[in-house]
Design a protein. Structure first.
Length: 381
C-alpha cells in the first residue's frame, strides 16, 4: 500500500503539469466525467495523507478561468501514478496483461499523466484535516497521543487515517519496534510518556523516509518489517492483525523486544491469538503432508514394487490404472448383487376384486425383523 511519503512524491510529479491545458482524456474510470475535463486546466494539486486532490478549472472563450471541480484520488492498496510513461506487465501478474490506466490526462507536446488503480471521485473541495497529517508541521502531537491511549490495540490506532493520515503498514511495524511496544498492546494501559514516544517515533521514521525518498533501496532502513530476526538477533513473529470490521494487515514484531505490558497474551484478544494458532497448526499439518515417508524415498530410489504377478505397484501399494482384476491375485472377487427384480403381482380376475370388503389374491409379503409386514402400515395388509 502506498504510504504518506510515496504519495507526497507522486504529488510532486503531478505538480509539474499545473497550469497546462488538457487536450484529451482516456481511462476506464466511470466515476469521473472525462469529456468535461477536455479543455480544462490543471490548476492545483494537494496531498493529504494517502489521497491526492486535483483541481481542474474551465477556461472561458475570453481566456478567463472559471470555477472548476476537484477530483479526489485515493491510492488504496495498489494505486500509482506515471508521468509520460505507461505501466508495463508486473512481475507478480498472473495474467500477463498490461494494466489499463484508471485515468490518462494528455497535454501538449505528447506529454501525459496516467493514474493506475485506486479510487477516483469528483468532490466540491478537498476535505483535509492538517492536524492529523504526519508529514505536515501542523500535526497535533498531543491529539495523536490521546488516540494512542484508546482501549484497543495500538496497531489498530496507527492505521486509523482519521488519527494518523499517511501512516501505512510499513511505518506501523517500524514505529512499534522502535518504541518497543507490542502490536496488540492495549493503548489504555500505556503511560502518557510511552504514548508520546510512539507518536515521536512515527514522525521520526516518516522524516527519515522523506530524506531518502529518492533512493530506491529504502528497504535497507527497515529493521523489523518482513524480517525473520530483529537487529538484536531475536526471532520475530509474523501474523495478520486488524479490527473485525476492517482490513487484516501483516504485522511483524519481536516478542523479546516488544513485550506486552500489564496484561498477558491470552487475556488481550483471544480471538486474534486463536486465529494465529489455527494458522500455525494448519501450516504444520500442511508441512507434514508435504514430507515424504522413508518408504517412499526408498521406492523412488530403487524403483516401484512388483506384486506376485509381476505387475507394477504405486508407492501406496495400489494397482496402477489400467490393471485388470484378474491380474491382481490380492483383490477379492466382488460379490454380485442379488436380483432385485420386482416380485410379480397377481392381476385381479374382474373389476369386482377391487370392491370394498373383497380381498385381492396377492402373494404373501415378507415379514420384517420387527414382525411387521414390509410395505404396509401397522403390519396390516
Amino acid at each position: 500500500m502506498p504510504e504518506g511519503p510515496s504519495v507526497l512524491q507522486w504529488g510532486e510529479v503531478a505538480r509539474q503539469f499545473t497550469g497546462r491545458e488538457i487536450n484529451r482524456v482516456e481511462g476506464n474510470t466511470k466515476t469521473v466525467h472525462k469529456e468535461e475535463l477536455v479543455g480544462c486546466r490543471l490548476s492545483d494539486v494537494k496531498v493529504y495523507g494517502k489521497e491526492l486532490f486535483l483541481q481542474f478549472v474551465q477556461i472561458s472563450p475570453e481566456g478567463d478561468s472559471e470555477q472548476g471541480t476537484w477530483i479526489r484520488y485515493h491510492f488504496l492498496m495498489w494505486g500509482s501514478l506515471r508521468a509520460n510513461e505507461y505501466k508495463g506487465v508486473s512481475r507478480q501478474s498472473k495474467t500477463g496483461k498490461v494494466p489499463v490506466p484508471r485515468l490518462v490526462l494528455h497535454f501538449a507536446k505528447e506529454e501525459f499523466l496516467a493514474f493506475y488503480g485506486g479510487s477516483m471521485y469528483e468532490v466540491d473541495s478537498p476535505a483535509c484535516d492538517r492536524g492529523t497529517d504526519i508529514l505536515t508541521a501542523s500535526f497535533e502531537t498531543e491529539k495523536a497521543a490521546d488516540a494512542i491511549q484508546r482501549a484497543q490495540p495500538v496497531c489498530y490506532t496507527l492505521l486509523d487515517q482519521s488519527c494518523f493520515s499517511g501512516l501505512g503498514n510499513i511505518i506501523k511495524n517500524e514505529v512499534l519496534y522502535a518504541a518497543k511496544v507490542h502490536p496488540l498492546q492495549p493503548g489504555n494501559l500505556l503511560s502518557r510518556q510511552r504514548a508520546l514516544g510512539v507518536v515521536e517515533q512515527a514522525l521520526a521514521f516518516s522524516a527519515t523516509w522523506m530524506e531518502h525518498k529518492d533512493e530506491h533501496k529504502f528497504k535497507e532502513h527497515w529493521k523489523i518489517y518482513s524480517k525473520k530476526e530483529c537487529p538484536l538477533g531475536h526471532k520475530t513473529c509474523r501474523d495478520w492483525f486488524g479490527p473485525d470490521d476492517g482490513l487484516q494487515r501483516v504485522t511483524t514484531w519481536c516478542p523479546t523486544c516488544q513485550p506486552l505490558e500489564g496484561v498477558t497474551e491470552e487475556k488481550v484478544y483471544p480471538k486474534q491469538l486463536g486465529n494465529a494458532r489455527k494458522r500455525n497448526r494448519s501450516g504444520q499439518k500442511k508441512g507434514r503432508q508435504l514430507r515424504r515417508s522413508p518408504s517412499t524415498v526408498n521406492q523412488k530410489a530403487t524403483g516401484p514394487e512388483k506384486d506376485v504377478s509381476g505387475n507394477k505397484k504405486s508407492a501406496t501399494g495400489k494397482r496402477k490404472r489400467g490393471m485388470t482384476a484378474e491380474s491382481d491375485p490380492n483383490k477379492k472377487p466382488s460379490q454380485k448383487r442379488k436380483n432385485s427384480a420386482k416380485r410379480p403381482v397377481k392381476e385381479p380376475d374382474s373389476d369386482d376384486d377391487f370392491c370394498i370388503g373383497k380381498k385381492v389374491n396377492v402373494p404373501p409379503r415378507k415379514q420384517s425383523k420387527r414382525g411387521k409386514t414390509c410395505g404396509s402400515k401397522n403390519g396390516l395388509n
